[in-house]
Design a protein around this ligand. Structure first.
Ligand code: XCC
Length: 675
């Protein structure tokens, strides 16, 4: 029997996506939205009660007390599956960091083509944090030593990884006491695989302890390395004007969409697209030039540094191809759907894989290597330009929104404190006074099982009204961008009075775009700096802050959740728990108990899965208020704020309405005194 298909409006709240979903139906083509409707999730897998770790199974467990053929209980199976998810996510992010470290090393040795050490200040700051001497040394010497130190973290066998020292002192001590500090990045991932092999670790608490240690190799290891080195090589982000949504594709230019996660190739494609030879080559092909845009986190990387527009988030990768206007989709690693190649066969679009780690059957493979980066980037663009003549009928939704991304923690520090006294003091003060009730980090993916962008933006908008400052990364940030929430003026009438006052005073949007998924480490850095500034506790678990991933789907998201919990954060994920089976068949659900009660006791943070977005909002505010009360901060009261910002707005309106009057009368009107 054919399964019920959702309408485009039920599949996405984004009008550009809806338009492309209608086009897909007209062309009788499938997308992830269609496949999600056609295939219900496997119920046993969805409950986390399937074990396929050996050849005696797969074992499908459905009742309390049932076990796998080896005798493994449901709890053990769920914990083992969780450890493997976390290890995969940590491996993905950390491997990204490893490649960045190798690139830094090659740049320092002058072995690459097209790269420079762009942010020397950040290079010196990071090096100093790791006790690398900087005075009297050339940037190349410092970069060489920093690269060696970063590379060594991966293969280190004993001791503790160095980047962990970036966490608050109290948190480091807690990790040390609980034997949680990773010994080496690769070692923990390998041990996670070993421990979950048939016949190894089978105690839930012991397995989860290693899941937490493995997750720390990501947040306070590989991802931190990836973010730092990206900034050193391509510049630390600062606010820049950009655009988002499918309407950024151009009907008269060669459209090249970069998709995946790593900035190394995409940054070179940006440079190559401006090369006069490439522009002339595109013009000779009858186009006005090359128009670059991005999808997923590669989009975030080039958006926040170069202002390259984002064509969309995870669920728009297929929709971009459906426009018929994409000459090449150039992919690197992670979140790339295999379906792209089959879909592209209905159009002229070339899917070009570039990573030595990722090939897709039917795609064109042009392997990237940093030693010939610019040459390879130009070759890829020539391939796209050659394809322009094959373009057929196109339909580009005329929908795009402006945004201001690029809020690195360095920029937040600068914008709050100014050039001469960069500081988080004003932010801490605003939280302490209650102008800002608390902070929410809303991050993560799209998931075709829920309406695209709805949960992200519903939760974001509700929290802004409650004076919660929102920081975002990944596909969640692109969702808010498309809705206009990442603009200074736009949407300020929809935020609470205290937060509005802050946004107007500093001149920031109510939602701060902090980058890609590896850049969740920027959020950890902000939280650490808030703690170090003083007044909001001496560890991250005391800060009135919550992390949310309402539309998560990737294993990396579970890893991020786990390192955030281990760092002290309350984390709320959308949907139901991928380990919810026991809840259904038994009164005791050990996994859920561990992730909430036990983790809260151990780390001060916890992970919960909440399907209802209004419940997510309620729990977020309750947690923020609980943390405010524990810090003895004034109870949140929106009526106390909003006067100064609004007065200024009224003053400006008064000024413009009295512009034609003599100065004395203008002043009289402004200050409400007789002329
Ligand atoms: Fe992938 Fe980073 Fe998720 Fe988006 S948000 S779907 S992981 S691209 Ni990280």
């Amino acid at each position: 029997m054919a399964r019920k298909q959702r309408s485009p409006e039920e599949r996405s709240i984004d009008p550009a996506s809806q338009q492309m979903l209608i086009r897909a139906d007209e062309l009788k083509l499938e997308t992830a939205f269609h496949r999600a409707d056609n295939m219900a999730a496997c119920p046993i897998g969805a409950d986390g009660m399937c074990c396929k770790l050996c050849g005696m199974g797969p074992c499908r467990l459905t009742k309390d007390g049932s076990t796998g053929i080896c005798g493994a209980t449901i709890d053990t199976i769920q914990a083992r599956n969780f450890v493997r998810h976390v290890a995969a996510g940590a491996a993905a992010h950390s491997d990204h960091g490893r490649d960045m470290a190798f690139t830094l090393k090659a740049v320092a040795n002058g072995e690459t083509e097209g790269y420079v050490l762009r942010d020397i200040a950040k290079l010196r700051t990071v090096a100093t944090k790791y006790d690398i001497a900087v005075e009297g040394r050339s940037p190349e010497e410092i970069a060489n030593e920093l690269a060696d130190l970063c590379i060594a973290q991966f293969g280190q066998q004993r001791g503790t990884i160095v980047p962990i020292k970036r966490a608050p002192a109290k948190r480091q001590k807690l990790w040390e006491e609980q034997d949680l500090i990773p010994r080496g990045l690769d070692r923990e991932v390998v041990e996670a695989l070993h421990r979950t092999h048939i016949g190894d670790d089978q105690e839930v608490g012991h397995l989860l302890h290693h899941a937490v240690r493995t997750s720390l190799t990501d947040g306070w290891g590989g991802s931190l390395i990836a973010t730092d080195i990206s900034d050193i090589l391509f510049g630390t982000p600062a606010p820049i004007l950009g655009e988002a949504n499918l309407g950024v594709l151009k009907d008269d230019m060669v459209n090249v969409v970069v998709h995946g996660h790593e900035p190394t190739l995409s940054e070179m494609i940006v440079a190559a697209s401006q090369d006069p030879d490439i522009v002339a080559y595109a013009e000779a092909a009858g186009a006005k030039g090359v128009n670059l845009s991005g999808i997923c986190c590669t989009a975030n990387e080039v958006l926040m540094r170069q202002g390259v527009p984002a064509a969309g988030n995870f669920l728009q990768q297929e929709l971009a191809i459906l426009t018929g206007a994409v000459e090449a989709m150039v992919v690197d690693v992670q979140c790339i759907m295999q379906a792209l190649v089959g879909l592209a066969e209905n159009f002229h679009t070339k899917v070009i894989t570039t990573s030595p780690k990722v090939k897709i059957k039917g795609a064109t493979h042009i392997e990237f290597n940093e030693h010939k980066a610019l040459t390879i980037a130009k070759n890829i663009l020539r391939e796209a330009i050659d394809n322009y003549k094959n373009r057929g009928e196109i339909e580009i939704p005329n929908i795009r929104e402006s945004l201001v991304p690029g809020f690195s923690h360095e920029y937040i520090n600068y914008m709050l404190g100014g050039s001469y006294r960069s500081s988080f003091r004003p932010l801490n003060d605003a939280v302490m006074s209650g102008r800002i009730r608390g902070i929410a980090a809303i991050v993560g993916c799209n998931n075709p099982r829920s309406p695209q962008d709805y949960l992200h933006t519903h939760v974001t908008k509700a929290l802004l009204k409650q004076d919660v400052l929102v920081v975002e990364t990944g596909c969640g940030a692109i969702a808010s961008a498309k809705l206009g929430l990442l603009l200074g003026e736009a949407g300020l009438d929809q935020v609470g009075p205290g937060l509005r006052e802050i946004c107007e005073t500093i001149g920031i949007p109510p939602v701060l775009h902090m980058g890609s998924c590896v850049d969740n480490t920027r959020i950890l850095t902000v939280l650490t700096q808030i703690v170090e500034e003083g007044g909001l506790g001496d560890d991250i678990d005391q800060v009135p802050a919550v992390g949310l991933a309402p539309e998560w789907m990737s294993e990396k998201a579970l890893t991020i959740a786990t390192y955030c919990v281990a760092s002290g954060a309350y984390v709320i994920f959308g949907g139901s728990s991928p380990f919810s089976g026991m809840e259904k068949v038994s009164d005791s659900d050990l996994m859920l108990k561990y992730m909430s009660e036990d983790w809260e006791e151990l780390y001060g943070g916890k992970l919960e899965f909440i399907g209802d977005p209004d419940e997510m909002i309620k729990k977020t505010l309750e947690h923020i208020d609980k943390k405010r009360a524990a810090l003895k901060l004034p109870e949140y009261d929106p009526t106390r704020f909003g006067q100064s910002g609004d007065d200024r707005m009224i003053a400006m309106e008064t000024l413009s309405s009295t512009e034609s009057l003599p100065l004395a009368e203008q002043q009289a009107a402004l200050y409400g005194v007789p002329a």
